[in-house]
Design a protein around this ligand. Structure first.
Ligand code: ATP
Ligand code: PAU
Ligand code: K
Length: 255
């Protein structure tokens, strides 16, 4: 039973076609499009795909974008379904004040990360970092309760904010340095260590709360750029959102 997973982010749509709606399914094809270009999916990279029989997605980009994606999906006879963050799903409980207001990308990525940890050993606390247009840092306790998380501007947004809010900060990308001695390095290092520092802080909160070393998982397109600057070893996982969608799909579609 072919299964299409879709992650509609703030900047890009990412999709992956699997041979079944379950964790460990074989990947048949995958791709990504900037949101400006999604209206070409049906005549572009989706045109030659085997028909998906089931679909599940998460979307943070708003209803207009969701409708544009569903229009492209009319190519196939498959019902669109989108994850909404809830109080409980796939073994995770949601500690948000209003569970449905939690970004569904965050919720799905946490489900993927939790099962990643459980697949390798006993349950333990978990810090999940997603590095994209925005950065999120989530804390999950040993029992699988999402305790809370941070939302930060991503690296690109930080730099653009500095460029537009100051008189003369227009410089090429620099290197991450412990003691930056030029503007490019100062900006690149500032953004990187802002993220790394926020993550370290959440790690400390969770360690203190649970009294046990948390597992650390990082995902998102720029995760590999952040990894060398983290204060703890982070396991890089390619796409936690797809992993989470497969977990949820297995429970909904009986894969
Ligand atoms: N050196 C860096 N360190 C940290 N983050 C970076 C770095 N370079 C780029 N980024 C961030 O990575 C983002 C791109 O990551 P990714 O490809 O996951 O995002 P996206 O798919 O565009 O986002 P979304 O999932 O929200 O649509 C950029 O927007 C930028 O904020
Ligand atoms: C925080 C982002 C932008 C990260 O992609 C997204 O998850 C979102 O729009 N969330 C809704 C607000 C919240 O999660 O509290
Ligand atoms: K995203």
């Amino acid at each position: 039973m072919t299964f299409l997973a879709i992650d509609v982010g703030n900047t890009r749509l990412k999709w992956a076609l699997y041979d079944a709606p379950r964790p460990g399914a074989a990947l048949i094809a995958h791709g990504a499009e900037f949101l400006d270009h999604i209206d070409r999916l049906a005549e572009g990279s989706w045109a030659s795909l085997p028909h998906p029989e089931r679909m599940l997605g998460c979307v943070v980009a708003g209803d207009a974008v969701k409708r544009r994606v569903q229009e492209q999906m009319e190519l196939w006879d498959v019902a669109p379904s989108w994850v909404v963050s809830s109080a409980q799903e796939a073994g995770l409980t949601n500690g948000y004040d209003h569970p449905s207001r939690l970004g569904s990308d965050r919720w799905v990525a946490m489900i993927g990360a939790r099962h990643h940890v459980l697949a390798r050993g006993p349950a333990r606390p978990l810090v999940v970092v997603m590095v994209g247009t925005a950065v999120t840092v989530e804390c999950i306790d040993t029992e699988g309760r999402f305790m809370g998380g941070l939302i930060l501007p991503g690296h690109g947004i930080m730099l653009r904010a500095l460029e537009s809010g100051t008189a003369g900060l227009h410089v090429p990308t620099g290197e991450v340095r412990p003691f930056p001695t030029n503007t490019s390095d100062a900006l690149t290092s500032g953004g990187t260590y802002a993220i790394a520092g926020a993550v370290e802080r959440m790690y400390q909160h969770l360690l203190q709360h649970c009294g046990q070393e948390p597992a650390c998982i990082m995902t998102g397109g720029a995760g590999w750029k952040m990894a060398p600057s983290m204060t703890r070893p982070f396991e890089l996982v390619d796409n936690l959102i797809f992993d989470g969608l497969l977990e949820i799909a297995a429970r909904r579609f009986g894969g």
